[in-house]
Each structure stands twice: as C-alpha cells, then as structure tokens.
Design a protein around this ligand. Structure first.
Ligand code: NAI
Length: 246
C-alpha cells in the first residue's frame, strides 16, 4: 500500500472494538488520528495506552454523533486547529435488538439516530474539508444485516441499509472531486457489540460462517485502511464485506 503518512483521519467510536482497531491501524500507518467516543473514559485511556509511541498523534474527543451541536463543536475544533481531514471512518454504532412488533419506539430511534443520523452528520461536516482539498476517503461501517435481515434486527438492518443508500448518493455527489465513498460491512466480529448475544444464538451464527470462526477487529481495520489508501482511488460507491464468507 502507498502512504497515508501525515494525513488526518477522523474515526467515530474510535476507542472500542472495531473503532479501537481502526485507530491503532491508522496510527501505525503514520496518520494522525482524531478518534471520538461517547463517554467511556476507561476505553479512551486504554486506547491511548495501546497506541504506545504513536500516542502523540492520537487526539481523543468526546462527541455524541447523534447530537448536531456536539458534532459541530467537534468539527469546529478541528477547523480552529487547522487540521486538514483527508479520511472519515463513520464507525460508531449500536444495536437494540427486538422483534419488530415488540420494539419500543425509543429503541428504534436510538439505533437510527446513532447509526444513520450520526453518519449523515459526520459526513456533512467532513465533505467541505475534502472538497476544499479536492481529496478524501470516506468509509461507513455497515453490516450484512442490511441485505441478509436477521430476526430481531429490523432497526439495526434498516439503519445499516440506510447508510448504504447514503453512501451511494454521496458517491455520486463527490466522485469528480477525487473523494471516494464506500462501506465496509463486517460479519460477526469479536467485540462488545455482540458480547451480549445468548450462547445458543452465537452458535447458530457461527454455523452460518464458511470461515468457521468470528472475525477480529484488526481484520476489519485492514480492509478500511486499504480503502483509505491513496492507491484505492477507483474503488468508489461500493460495499466491501469482511465476513468470512457469510
Ligand atoms: P462496540 O460496541 O464495541 O463499539 C461501538 C462504538 O460506537 C463505541 O466506541 C461507542 O462508544 C460508539 N458509540 C455508540 N453510540 C455513540 C454515539 N451516540 N456517539 C458516539 N459514539 C458512539 O461495537 P463494534 O463491534 O466495534 O462496532 C463498530 C461498528 O461496526 C458499528 O457500526 C457496528 O454496527 C459495526 N458492526 C459490528 C459487527 C460486529 O460483529 N461486532 C458486525 C457488523 C457491523
């Protein structure tokens, strides 16, 4: 891969699970990394610790991706510090699984707000930076739940399908400006997001995976890092699945 050394990457939900692996992968590649987190200070501190010698290029900010004022303040801070953002990875996401007929409206809203509205808000602020630079890489972390449909995941699947629609439209809007926009859809990845699944359901999911194992956050981070490489300039408007064949 060519270099993203010296570039600035924004990663939402960048201090846990897949997001933490993303932060560390981009630091390793020489980028400065602006990772947002919602409120888990311990996870943020742990990420800083894991960054080791690269920690001086890691900037951690509290930012609620659902909240327009919080997102605006985050991007304003970057602007004021003269940070030119080349890379956005919209990774923050939640699940509130329930059968559709039983799903509470507030849970539906929380999932759509975090996964879809959060992606919209972050991209809305990132795009002007990239248009000015006439260069950019945007990746939305989605899920095969968008096409597959898992019982109990109507809200999650809808939010992830929404991110894909958003990605396709934005790809058409900015394609001429040397900005690429893509999705990465991880399969079952060993993070806290799926940690609360009942053991029986985990076994059922595992049986569906041709690779016969769950994935690791670092395997997703590799794919995202690849799409954010300058050399990935003709991979645009698509979804890369990292699922072990699911
Ligand atoms: P995780 O639960 O470990 O991390 C999610 C991150 O999102 C956390 O850092 C959390 O603080 C952040 N977040 C949640 N709400 C937020 C908000 N309102 N504002 C700012 N940050 C917020 O989960 P994981 O597994 O690392 O998930 C990352 C992404 O990957 C999500 O978008 C998820 O939907 C997606 N994904 C995960 C899969 C898995 O099997 N773990 C499978 C497919 C997709």
């Amino acid at each position: 891969m060519s270099s993203i050394q010296g570039q600035a990457a924004v990663i939402t939900g960048g201090t846990r699970g897949i997001g933490r692996a993303l932060s560390l992968a981009f630091l390793e590649a020489g980028a400065s990394v602006h990772s947002t987190y919602q409120g888990n200070e311990d996870a943020a501190m742990k990420t800083r610790e894991l960054a080791g010698a690269h920690a001086e290029r890691l900037y951690l900010s509290r930012c609620d991706v659902c909240d327009p004022a919080s997102v605006e303040a985050f991007w304003k801070g970057l602007e004021e510090r003269g940070v030119n953002v080349q890379i956005l990875v919209s990774n923050a996401g939640i699940r509130r699984d329930q059968l559709l007929a039983l799903q509470k409206l507030e849970d539906w809203d929380a999932v759509l707000d975090t996964n879809l509205r959060g992606s919209f808000l972050m991209a809305k602020h990132a795009v002007p930076f990239m248009l000015r630079a006439r260069y950019g890489r945007i990746v939305f972390v989605t899920s095969p739940a968008a096409r597959h449909g898992f019982a109990g995941q109507a809200s999650y699947g809808a939010s992830k399908a929404g991110q894909m629609g958003l990605m396709r439209a934005l790809a058409r809007e900015v394609g001429r400006k040397k900005i690429t926009v893509n999705c990465v859809a991880p399969g079952f990845i060993e993070t806290e997001l799926i940690g609360d699944l009942p053991e029986e359901l985990k076994k059922e999911y595992l049986a569906m995976v041709p690779a016969a194992r769950f994935g690791k956050p670092e395997e997703v981070a590799w794919a995202v890092r690849m799409l954010c490489d300058p050399a990935a300039s003709y991979i645009h408007g698509t979804t890369l699945e990292v699922t072990g064949g699911l």
